[in-house]
Design a protein around this ligand. Structure first.
Ligand SMILES: [Zn+2]
Length: 462
């Protein structure tokens, strides 16, 4: 295989081609029909109910949707198929990043602060620039192309408080045909004046955005509360009312990320039993609620998540980078709550879901839990789709879902190739891939059956 570094300074641009009617994509197909849980890798059957492994198969795509798959030694696509061959490469469902901030590519990898100082020092100054609609359009395109080049095809995204930032993000996602959940950030206190809205204006902006974008193509609106400290009780009540007024809205926010933050919320909302209870009292917890972090919760909180159907987006890279703490994934699941995995860039340090999951492994290992590659990849694909109520559309290679799929190299570089060559079984190979790979292993990203992004680091064979 010939490889050369071409232009490491430019992000790949989407290929502006119409969706081909019939595509046959050849490679090693892997997806996760069920949650493998915390079982030892060897106790999870390959081709059992949780892991589906179809090496050297053709993935058949028709009009953007997956039609099925056939083994390459038993079926040959006819002339009415566009053949795209990646023999020996891994093909996974596109990753789903359930918590990431579009404007924070501007502050990723900023030194030296914990959450509240980090917001004040880096994030809030950067987000104030997003009052400019032209900047929002430029950065939304950069951000979504970066997601695609990292193998992430669906995301739950924070823009900024500015209506223009949400408009730009929805517009850019629609142009790319992506599944995106987002909404204008609500914050009316404890932030610089340039980042504060007010209840009446914010409600009007939200309603206009919902009417323009919610349910259009693959877009959905999320009532987006930055976090409890930056919304007044009146604004939280308005957010809860919005969620009840329009069917199918999502809700996204942060909860219990950092101990100082938890103490601050306790002082601001003395009537609430806990940080999570602030959102519950405002009617913001339901089955389409995505709450990032959830580190400093107790058993009552965990049961409340389970009872309401709200789920936690585990952000291990961010939690390590900002020194926030360790999220106990099995404890949440034991209470019946769901967990997905998210980069939380720019608190997180990479849009790569492999890097995020590899950090997730380490965070769980520090608490005595061993995350398998099966469970990690399930959580970032099918598990996230189920948590978002979107398993009929994304997260698997199931017939009938939209063909959001990513072709990956199994290994690159001397160390990766050496390690890959020594793997004795599929889990060992997959875990080494998960631990050693990143966006440089991405070969091609497809969105609804359309090739969107190829790796600029690789020289493509014709
Ligand atoms: Zn965040």
């Amino acid at each position: 295989m010939n490889r050369a570094v071409s232009s490491p300074h430019s992000l790949p641009k989407p290929v502006a081609s119409p969706t081909p009617r019939r595509v046959a994509l050849r490679g090693d197909l892997l997806d996760f029909p069920g949650d493998p849980g915390w079982a030892k890798p060897a106790d999870v059957a390959v081709d059992g109910p949780c892991v589906r492994w179809r090496p050297d198969h053709w993935l058949m795509i028709e009009n953007g949707r997956i039609l099925g798959a056939e083994p390459a030694d038993r079926w040959v696509p006819g002339p009415d198929w566009w053949r795209v061959e990646h023999p020996g490469r891994l093909i996974l469902p596109g990753f789903i990043d359930t918590h990431v901030h579009m404007p924070q590519l501007d502050v990723i990898a900023s030194h030296g602060t914990a959450l509240l100082d980090w917001l004040e020092t880096y994030t809030f100054p950067a987000e104030q620039r997003y009052a400019d609609a032209a900047l929002c359009a430029d950065r939304s395109a950069l951000f979504l192309d970066a997601l695609l080049s990292h193998g992430t095809t669906s995301a739950v995204v924070f823009p900024t408080v500015h209506r223009a930032s949400a408009e730009a993000l929805f517009d850019a996602a629609q142009r790319r045909g992506m599944r995106l959940i987002s909404g204008k950030v609500l914050m009316d206190r404890h932030a610089p004046p340039g980042l504060c809205d007010d209840v009446v204006g914010a409600q009007a902006d939200c309603q206009a955005l919902i009417e323009r974008w919610h349910g259009v193509d693959r877009l959905a609106y999320a009532v987006t509360v930055r976090f409890a400290p930056t919304s007044s009780p009146a604004q939280l009540a308005m957010a809860g009312h919005l969620g009840r007024a329009f069917p199918g809205l999502y809700m996204q926010t942060h909860v219990a990320e950092n101990r100082d933050e938890v103490r601050w919320v306790g002082a601001l909302f003395p009537e609430a039993r806990s940080y999570l209870d602030v959102y519950h009292r405002a009617g913001l917890l339901h089955e389409r609620s995505v709450l990032a972090h959830g580190l400093w919760l107790d058993d009552v909180d965990r049961r409340l998540l389970a009872d309401t159907g709200a789920h936690i987006a585990f952000c291990p890279s961010s939690n390590l980078f900002l020194g926030s703490g360790l999220m106990d994934w099995p404890a949440l699941e034991a209470a019946g709550a769901r967990v997905s995995v998210a980069s939380d860039v720019g608190g997180g340090t990479s849009l790569s879901m492999q890097r995020t999951l590899a950090d997730g492994y380490k965070v769980q290992a520090l608490q005595g839990h061993r995350l398998s590659a099966w469970k990690a990849l399930h959580a970032a694909t099918r598990g996230a789709a189920e948590s978002l109520g979107l398993a009929h559309e994304i997260g698997s290679l199931e017939a009938g879902t939209l063909a959001d799929v990513v072709v990956w190299d199994w290994a690159q570089g001397a160390v990766g190739l050496h390690r890959d060559g020594l793997a004795r079984d599929l889990h060992e190979r997959l875990f080494a891939w998960l631990t050693l790979s990143d966006e440089r292993h991405q070969v091609q990203t497809w969105v609804a059956g359309c090739p969107m992004s190829s790796n600029p680091f690789l020289e493509r064979n014709p």
